[in-house]
Design a binder for this molecule. Sequence first.
Ligand code: BG6
Length: 368
Amino acid sequence: EKGGWSSFMAKEISEQPEAVANTLRSRITPEGHIDIPELAKVVADTQITRVVFIACGTAAYSAMLGAYAMEKWAHIPASVELSHEFRYRDAVIDAHTLVVSVSQSGETMDTLMAVRHAAEAGATTVSICNTQGATIPRESTATLYTHAGPEVAVASTKAFSAQVVATYLLALAFGEARGALSAAERAELAEALLAAPDQMAEMVQTGERIHELAHWMADTHSVLYLGRHVGYPIALEGALKLKELAYIHAEGFAAGELKHGPIALIEPGQIVFVVVPSPRDPRSLHSKVVSNIQEIRARGARVIALAERGDAAVLPFADEVIALPPAHTFVEPLLAVIPLHLFGMELAMAKGLDVDQPRNLAKSVTVE
Ligand code: BG6
């Protein structure tokens, strides 16, 4: 039931902190030990030399974060493929491949067929799923359930956040098993992840501000989203939500691609959301993204920056800044995604649309 909420979507966006807390609960100790018995055998399998995530839609964006985490924390080569592309392109899969499917419903036909295809080729399969006993988990070698609770709105929100942390847990489990992470690194990551739900709750509070922004933009026909590293999948997710919910043309880009094409789209008044890395980022990605903001601003873009609280470098160039509490790099996407989910919903509401049941979409696509 949606209780006092205007929609299931509003309720489910607000439940994201809980979805993450429940998915982490009892699986990660403050010292960074991963305790997930259902994954023990897979994680101990030293034959596995690479990981391929497969998924569709929103789930595929969570998988991108999982692949980044897998390479960084476990040093295992990892990639992401859309299930329907993976299955039909003669991908090289063998007994050394771990295929990780990510699916809220566990029934998405494209993903199910890709899992079967992987199993036939000898791969080990792990299902990250939000639905107990669904077909994909039943057919997989092992399952890591997300505990987001039932998700009713067609467009996925809280399941997405839960999927992100589930992929992180998988990466940490491999990182620990393979000795790729020091005890200190594991403890730091555990602390960061366990702090995420409270920080996410702060982001849910941006609702009113986003409501005003969305009303100001209700007649817009195009919105662009830029992000880099962990902000890139979030840019894609922000754009997908706007298409799904508000039927507005939207695209997400890797900020580094801007000069290779998308900057040609910038004309006066173009709205661009930018997910800004923390100024504490040691790879100077922050200053690169701030330069991107200057470039598009000089061409008339209206910039809405999602930036760390107190990030003074962004202020002179952004039309609006949505502040994020300072967080670990891999927690930042869990924070930035919330205002983008809210924006998609608010813009749809400003247009008088049904946010729970967008036209032409189904919650679970059980046909190919
Ligand atoms: C789409 C839904 O049809 O399927 C999306 O509208 C979802 O919200 C996608 O992300 C994948 O679904 P699932 O159940 O496999 O995660």
